[in-house]
Design a protein around this ligand. Structure first.
Ligand SMILES: [Zn+2]
Length: 208
């Protein structure tokens, strides 16, 4: 993991400083048998430069630290949850004049997102075959946090769909829960892709 962190999270050293290879450095690891978890602490190098997370302008100096212990859950270490703790710096971009938090390469840059990309991938893989409340029990996380992962990736995948080739749409109305909570699924029958899922049924949903 550390090689991943350092190779992806690079910032060029300020002129005249020692030749640092990466902006983020491993700081320490703590494994607690009592807490049943592994904690990995990383820091950024002093005088490291980061790209602006708003406009992408490279080599922006650190303005301040937005969070001294931003934490993300990572994949398990053996059977124990592991967590990455990091200082999260902000830059004041000289190009777009915006103060933003630095993007870290191991997680989405979202305020209420508490997991690494690898953990996101695990949840998505599990959610394909398990109901979310079962996934929640399995990983020991509240399902509200897990739904946030799924909504992010599904919404992005739907927005990125190219529907220009679609010539036919089929719909399937089904009951989402016991009772009359109906959902309608729109399907591209030729590619066998789900295009959209929405609450309700009947002709009204076509207007939405
Ligand atoms: Zn910028």
């Amino acid at each position: 993991m550390f090689s991943y962190v350092c190779s992806k999270f690079k910032g060029r050293p300020t002129r005249g400083t020692a030749s640092h290879s990466g902006a983020v450095v491993y700081h320490r690891v703590n494994f607690s048998l009592e807490a049943k978890q592994l904690d990995v602490y990383v820091k950024f190098r002093k005088r490291a430069l980061f790209p602006c997370s708003n406009c992408g302008a490279p080599d922006q100096p650190v303005r301040d630290i937005a969070n001294h212990d931003r934490t993300w859950r990572h994949l398990n270490f053996f059977e124990y949850p592991s967590y990455i703790h990091a200082e999260l710096p902000r830059t004041n971009c000289g190009k777009c004049n915006t103060i933003t938090r630095v993007n870290v390469p191991w997680a989405l840059n979202k305020p209420k997102h508490y997991f690494t990309l690898h953990f996101d991938a695990l949840i998505i893989a599990l959610a394909k075959d398990m109901p979310m409340n079962a996934v929640s029990r399995f990983v020991g996380e509240h399902d509200t946090r897990l739904w946030r992962i799924l909504h992010h990736y599904v919404d992005n995948a739907i927005a990125a769909q190219d529907l220009s080739y679609v010539t036919k749409i089929n719909t399937d109305e089904t009951s989402a829960k016991r009772g009359h909570n109906y959902i309608t699924i729109f399907i591209d029958p030729e590619q066998k892709n789900v295009i959209c899922v929405t609450k309700g049924k009947n002709s009204r949903i076509w207007d939405e």
